[in-house]
Design a protein around this ligand. Sequence first.
Ligand code: CA2
Length: 151
Amino acid sequence: MKILVLNGPNLNLLGLREPELYGSRSYTELTNYVNQTAAELGLEVEQRQSNHEGVLVDWIQSALGTADAIVINPAAYTHTSVAILDALKAVALPAVEVHLTEPDERESFRRVSYAGLACEKRFAGQGFLSYRLALEYLREKNLECGMRNSE
Ligand code: CA2
């Protein structure tokens, strides 16, 4: 199972700013954590980060035919981007929304998630663990599908 893991704007600054909110580990540490988790779970992952909405849309589109599922932390675009919502709907792959913090417990403008409308699950407020939970969820779901298909 191949999973495209996308991270949105400013997540490349992890560990460099606002550690009280986002933790002290870097973006490279996040990608290492996700790679290690994927290896443990027997999943293939491709990870990308962009500060640009259109680039994220292009990558979501590129998942069609090249990935089985998407894990996405759209960062600030979570709360603004109909383009990312439309792209996720268009590719219609299983998608999971992840967040390091719990947006619902922060400013009221973070309570809306457009991307979440196209995602079947959300893991938030658990730091790096949110990404692991997303991968575990997709793996479990894939195993269940495989079992059903072999019946
Ligand atoms: O909790 C999350 O993962 C968020 O997606 C993070 C976004 C925020 O806009 C969402 O509401 C929730 C912000 C990402 C900014 O990342 C930074 C990392 C280090 C330093 C500064 C910003």
